[in-house]
Design a protein around this ligand. Structure first.
Ligand code: CAA
Length: 286
């Protein structure tokens, strides 16, 4: 499979990452089939795409005609069989190995033998996900960043059996949808989350231990190191449940230096998951 052979892209999962990936693929001219398990999740994915495209039109990064064409290229479905003709599929379901393996097993049965299967996993092993398929050489990590339509980078992750051809295709596809890439080996957290998660957890601990107020911690890091968001604001943006899942995987695989902060666990237990629930470290209008 070469980049030129890709016409239709499948996306499994219409949540924050999945709808963003569907949007950038459609904006780049691909026909996209976006699948989620229930119609309400597919509809919520389309709502997010509409809001995001509107925002890009307002910022004059897209014309209304380009946005309309992109929107028109995305088909929604709840039936995985509708991905049978996809040339490349990007999986963006929940960060749970069992769920991802089940999706990959089904995709392996559904899609043609040449189809490349990519996972957007942020910390889980590409090799373990690929192991349930008969095509581990055609499985690759394509780790997009949130919010997908805005962030410029994609991490390309090589599993134990990923072929050079699949890696090259993964990089070429990410570039074709307007992103720049870097390579990472299949080790927990790859590049970004291996370094970002301890940074966020240290921010949470600094807040919990009274080093400074939350706004001062975020101001300190944004003004002091020129990042767009401090650790607490960024955790709310990503979703505290996502941060905790990623932190727990890193902790399990890499030991004590990756222990998630206590206050992060307490917030998730309370259902305060960040922007998406209206409260995390900060409160948000919904
Ligand atoms: N589509 C979707 N969301 C968009 C968007 C678009 N076209 N444009 C902006 N956003 C989002 C922002 O997240 C934020 O959401 P709400 O309005 O819903 O609260 C809002 O839109 C801010 O809009 P602005 O126009 O004011 O955006 P900005 O120009 O100030 O930039 C930002 C916002 C790009 C998110 C910037 O603050 C930033 O770069 N922050 C850091 C983001 C980051 O580090 N992302 C990577 C996280 S790590 C990751 O994703 C990996 C992982 O596995 C966890």
């Amino acid at each position: 499979m070469q980049l030129e052979d890709i016409g239709t892209v499948g996306v499994v999962g219409a949540g924050t990452m999945g709808n963003g990936i569907a949007q950038v693929a459609a904006t780049a001219g691909y026909d996209v089939v976006m699948r989620d398990v229930e119609q309400q999740f597919v509809s919520a994915g389309f709502d997010a795409i509409d809001r995001s495209l509107d925002r890009l039109v307002r910022k004059e990064e897209l014309t209304q005609a380009e946005a309309d064409r992109a929107r028109g290229r995305i088909e929604g479905t709840t039936d995985l069989a509708d991905l049978r003709d996809a040339h490349l599929v990007v999986e963006a379901v929940t960060e749970d190995m069992g769920v991802k393996q089940s999706v990959f097993g089904d995709l392996d049965d559904t899609c043609g033998p040449e189809t490349v299967l990519a996972t957007n996993t942020s910390t889980l092993s590409i090799t373990t996900i690929a192991s349930v398929t008969d095509r581990p050489d055609r499985v690759v990590g394509l780790h997009f960043m949130n919010p997908v339509p805005v962030m410029k980078g994609v991490e390309v992750v090589e599993g134990e059996k990923t072929s050079e051809e699949t890696l090259a295709l993964g990089r070429a596809f990410a570039q074709a949808v307007g992103k720049e890439t870097w390579d990472a080996d299949d080790k927990p957290g790859f590049v970004v989350n291996r370094i970002l998660m301890p940074w966020i957890n240290e921010g949470v601990r600094a807040y919990d231990e009274g080093i400074a107020g939350k706004a001062d911690i975020d101001r300190g890091m944004t003004l002091g190191t020129n990042v767009p968001m401090g650790p607490l604001e960024l955790a709310d943006h990503i979703g505290l449940d996502v941060v905790l899942d990623a932190s727990e995987t890193l902790h399990e695989e890499l030991g004590d230096r990756y222990q998630p902060a206590y206050l992060l666990k307490r917030k998730v237990a309370a259902g305060d998951l960040g922007k998406k629930t209206g409260a995390g470290f900060y409160e948000y209008e919904r």
